[in-house]
Design a protein around this ligand. Structure first.
Ligand SMILES: Cc1cc2nc3c(=O)[nH]c(=O)nc-3n(C[C@H](O)[C@H](O)[C@H](O)COP(=O)(O)OP(=O)(O)OC[C@H]3O[C@@H](n4cnc5c(N)ncnc54)[C@H](O)[C@@H]3O)c2cc1C
Length: 382
């Protein structure tokens, strides 16, 4: 058992950390004001290989491992946790779209890998979030098209995405009636409404409304009725990626707090020499590290094609929680300064909390662990 990065993985981590420090960190607060994120930044992420990790080289992708995706999330998360949304949506979108028909793959995958086009994932609806198998959006076959109708809620990148990997009902009730589609968002009948988010504002979260949108029939991904299975498989790896993005933000916060505790003096000595301070940091470093290795373990299982649903749910619950608690402690340990908008700590905390909800709440993650550990008959999810 080897729990260290290979030289190639370490070099990738170093390049990500450099980019996060030089390009992302200085402008982290800027995107909190609601400024539009420049496409140029996406192309930079593409050049680093980030947007093409789940896309095969024959479609222009960088074809990385899932562990590498985790490394990218953790290191970029140190600079701007929200920038990892492009990694996430293109990982999920790419891994689902790979089941599309050849001409659709040729049309979309190279553009997603190169950062020329942005994908979002549209599953949640106003009436169905945790219970995703209860979605109501419908896709009705009409000759050479599907006609899509419905509303998707709380979609990351709703304000800027070019295409949605979208889920709609083609059959009866339940998971088996759900299909996945590539839906270009410039088609007639698509409209967008942006939310006023408490954090993660770079992501321009909002709703997407589809009013009788005619999508070419070849934009169905895989078989009719296969959509739910495809998205749940993608959620499994993305849960570890979300955890690592949050943990990266926490690690950066702890590093900054260690430095502050060395400099700031109270009662005649540095904060770092008060055990009430240094022990807290030691505890958070330990919990963050434990969650981090659980997430990498999950991604290593995925790289080996081994089952990892239980580990994914564990780290999606534990990672953002450990990160939020660590950042909260960092705010308190900075005193009044920690609560100031000039420091990034408050923004990181707001951003991490959104990630506790996205891709499945803590309650749903625990219900998945229960299902995996106890058996389906004991889980509210079945
Ligand atoms: C920042 C952010 C980004 C997001 N991005 C996307 C995106 O890109 N695409 C997308 O499709 N969706 C996205 N979402 C939506 C997200 O996946 C849902 O919000 C999430 O799955 C929860 O669904 P809900 O909000 O409808 O809550 P509900 O399902 O209404 O749940 C409400 C509360 O009840 C709890 N609960 C529900 N059922 C149970 C149960 N059986 N047992 C115990 N507790 C339960 C939940 O844990 C939660 O606390 C995003 C959300 C956020 C916050």
């Amino acid at each position: 058992m080897d729990l260290t990065f290979s030289p190639e993985e370490q070099a990738f981590a170093d390049s990500m950390r450099r980019y996060a420090r030089e390009r992302l960190m200085p402008e982290y607060a800027k995107w909190d004001q609601g400024n539009s994120y420049p496409r140029e930044r996406l192309r930079e992420l593409a050049q680093l290989g980030v947007t093409g990790l789940a896309i095969p080289a024959e479609y222009g992708g960088s074809e990385g491992t899932f562990v590498m995706a985790g490394i990218a999330a953790e290191e970029l998360g140190r600079g701007d946790i929200n920038a990892t949304v492009f990694l996430q949506t293109h990982m999920i979108g790419g891994s689902i779209a790979i089941h599309a028909q050849e001409q659709v793959k040729r049309q979309w995958l190279p553009a997603l890998a190169s950062g020329e086009r942005i994908a979002c994932l549209a599953l949640t609806e106003p009436g169905a979030g945790s219970d995703a198998a209860a979605i109501a959006a419908s896709a009705r076959r009409d000759g050479a098209h599907y006609v899509i109708r419905g509303e998707k809620a709380s979609i990351s990148l709703a304000g800027m995405a070019d295409v949605a990997v979208m889920f709609a009902r083609t059959g009866g009730p339940g998971a088996r009636g759900i299909s996945a589609f590539m839906v270009p968002l410039d088609l007639p009948g698509v409209s967008r409404n942006l939310y006023r988010s408490a954090g993660g504002r770079l992501m321009q979260r909002g709703s997407l409304v589809f009013e009788d949108v005619r999508v070419p029939a070849d934009h169905l991904i895989g078989e009719e009725g296969g959509g739910f299975h495809q998205v749940m498989e993608a959620f499994d790896f993305n849960r570890a990626i979300i955890a690592l993005a949050c943990l990266g933000a926490a690690e950066q916060s702890l590093d900054e707090t260690i430095e502050y505790a060395r400099q700031r003096r109270t009662f005649g000595k540095p904060l770092a020499l008060h055990e009430g301070v240094s022990f807290q940091i030691a505890e958070h470093l330990t919990l963050v590290s434990a969650a981090r290795w659980l997430a990498y373990h999950c991604l290593a299982l995925r790289d080996r094609d081994q089952r990892h649903t239980r580990e994914a749910a564990m780290c999606k619950w534990m990672g953002p929680k450990a990160a939020a608690e660590a950042i909260h402690a960092c705010i308190i340990l900075h005193g009044w300064l920690g609560y100031d908008m000039d420091l990034p700590l408050q923004q990181r905390l707001r951003d991490v909390v959104g990630n506790e909800i996205a891709d499945g709440t803590p309650e749903i993650m625990k219900a998945i662990v229960v299902r995996e550990a106890f058996g389906r008959e004991y889980s509210p999810l079945r």
